[in-house]
Design a protein around this ligand. Sequence first.
Ligand code: AMP
Ligand code: MG
Length: 269
Amino acid sequence: MNFTETLSIRKPASFRLEAVDPDSTPGAKGKEQARTRIEKNAAAIDELQYRLFAENQRSLLIVLQAIDAGGKDGAIRTLSGGMNPQGCTVTSFKKPSEVELDHDFLWRVHQAVPRRGEIGIWNRSHYEDVLVVRVHELVPKSVWSARYEQINRFEANLVAADVHILKFLLHISRDEQKERFQARLDDPEKHWKFSPADVEERKHWDAYMKAFEAAIRKCHTADAPWFVIPANKKWYRDLAITEIVRETMESWKMQYPKPSFDPKSIRIE
Ligand code: AMP
Ligand code: MG
């Protein structure tokens, strides 16, 4: 079984986050082998990205969600490290600005959808509007609860326009988050990554887990699937994500476009 199959969600409607052990490493053969595989995947994705760009038929949208310290930045670094920056954009979604709040919640993300031939990586996404917004009741329940269906329609529209979507939830344990926060406090070079508000957010752990679970139950679709990545081990996180991205892009069997001229007929003096 490849990673896409191993980590695919079989019964989304009854999906339970508790059933995924953040320490587990399904499909992997250990850290050493993972390192070699990640390097190979990066090289393969680079080649596939070149084809994607040449073909100019479709795009790939990679959505990353996680609890604080869940490893989004690290995953993005590994994933984008081997890519040609000309064909890859990374967008981070922060607290919405006043202008953004004056629009519907999909307005800001729609503008960041990768154009044909490109890969877009989202550090947080429209899912924040059913995660942090739900946990803190930033809008009434009647508003956020209608968003799951709105998200599904939005994503279906993108898929119909040849935007392929992969959604990753990086799943760490509560203990792992504590360790990562502590590491940020202990290392002066990591202080900038920490915010006292993170400790406050941590108190809402269970509500976040419920919100993640709901997002997966309601918004996992065949065309825009969620993958829950056990992410306590950084090497496994990076292995699983790069494997799934490579497998997905390989499955498209992209060909370089045929030239509209006969290369043999052209003589360069
Ligand atoms: P960071 O990724 O650490 O820079 O933090 C970004 C912050 O923006 C997080 O606390 C998110 O929960 C918050 N955020 C992102 N999107 C939204 C949103 N739609 N509504 C409210 N807060 C958001
Ligand atoms: Mg943060």
